[in-house]
Ligand binder design. Structure first.
Ligand code: GGG
Length: 359
């Protein structure tokens, strides 16, 4: 079988990091992996070429492929565009169009990087958390939204911005099932994160997750408010096994968790639909300040490619080989600036790709 991958590099550092992941996947051809790539524009790059961040042709390529390898979107120079034309709308749009509701964000502290974390090594050493973020609902997509005249209160008559946080029961149930099943395969602990003391939507979330828990008696379910979770991640991250949460909280908590691992440049992700079709991307954005300078760490994208081989194609051995290469380079190889430490050789984006290929 030949696997067809749509490569959507996007903006900023996206093209550099996806190029290294493609190099690594191509190297597996010599060991029997039949894989083909086709690229398309997305985000600000697509807006500049076609006047829209998610052209129909890009979506069509993604739909016709077996999986998507995605870089990053975001371009400060397009910040003044109306929201529907901004680069970030492309990633939201493709997730929605492909129904990629389940986002897996593993936050793992590699032993070799425990000293690169912003936390004391004894707090993070051995940390292995899976954040399951719901990806196609919540305040990111809820209607109505916009800017209107404030209808009441002390600011009546002024302009006000508003969004709508909402979750349908079926949306909560399906992500809860995904999270419980992930917990079943790991440490059998699931922490559902909400703000049920304040927000109706998330009290509803809590009630539905509690109901789904009845089907998974072997998984220990706990609930935590998001503000407490943000604190607990810094205080004692190893208490967590799997965290399940909504779109907004998951976005924020996974960036926070990345700092425990040493660098946001280390965190991969998989966004899956019900048939395990997936879009694979680093959790980080386009980092325009270092774009085109051969400085970005491609490991999160390379690890995302490994997740693609495992989750969508079931090719565990190829995935494990990539992960072993990452560990070998962290142990004995050069490092990009974000994870560089005294005594280590310093390298750039393509140098890191080369080191991974060698490993
Ligand atoms: N590779 C991730 C990326 O490009 N992130 C930019 C972004 O705007 N993401 C929004 C989100 O993840 O919800």
């Amino acid at each position: 079988m030949t696997y067809k991958i749509a490569v959507l590099p996007g903006d900023g550092i996206g093209p550099e990091i996806t190029a290294q992941a493609v190099r690594v996947l191509e190297a597996l051809r010599s060991d029997g992996l039949n894989i083909e790539f086709e690229q398309a524009l997305i985000g600000g790059a697509a807006y500049r070429a076609h006047g829209e961040p998610l052209p129909e042709s890009t979506l069509a390529l993604a739909k016709a492929s077996d999986a998507v390898l995605f870089g990053s979107v975001g371009d400060f120079s397009l910040d003044t565009l109306p929201r529907h034309l901004r680069p970030e709308q492309a990633i939201l749009g493709i997730r929605k169009a492909l129904n990629l509701f389940a986002n897996f964000r593993p936050a793992v502290v590699y032993p070799e990087l425990a000293d690169a974390s912003s936390m004391r090594p004894e707090v993070v050493a051995g940390m292995d958390i899976l954040i399951v973020r719901e990806l196609t609902g919540d305040i990111y997509f809820g209607q109505p939204r916009g800017v209107r005249e404030c209808p009441d209160g002390p600011f009546k008559g002024q302009r006000e911005g508003f969004d709508t946080m909402r979750y349908a029961e079926g949306e909560v149930r399906r992500i809860a099932h995904v999270a419980f099943q992930a917990a079943q395969k790991r440490g059998k602990k699931l922490c559902s994160v909400d703000k049920a003391n304040v927000l109706e939507t998330t009290q509803f979330w809590r009630d539905v997750v509690t109901d789904v828990a009845k089907e998974y008696p072997e998984v220990a379910l706990s609930h935590m408010y998001v503000d407490n979770c943000a604190m607990q991640l810094l205080k004692d991250p190893k208490q967590f096994d799997v965290i399940v949460t909504g779109n907004l909280f998951g976005d924020i908590l996974s960036d926070e968790a990345s700092m425990l691992t040493g660098s946001i440049g280390m965190l991969p992700s998989a966004s899956l639909n019900e048939s395990n079709f997936g879009l694979y991307e680093p959790i980080h954005g386009s980092a325009p300040d270092i774009a085109g300078k051969d400085l970005a760490n491609p490991m999160a994208t390379v690890l995302s490619a490994a997740m693609m081989l495992r989750y969508t194609f079931g090719l565990e051995e190829y995935a494990a080989r990539i992960e072993r290469a990452v560990q070998a380079v962290l142990a004995n190889g050069p490092r990009t600036g974000d994870i560089w430490r005294e005594g280590k050789e310093r390298t750039g984006t393509s140098g890191m790709g080369g080191a991974l290929l060698k490993a």
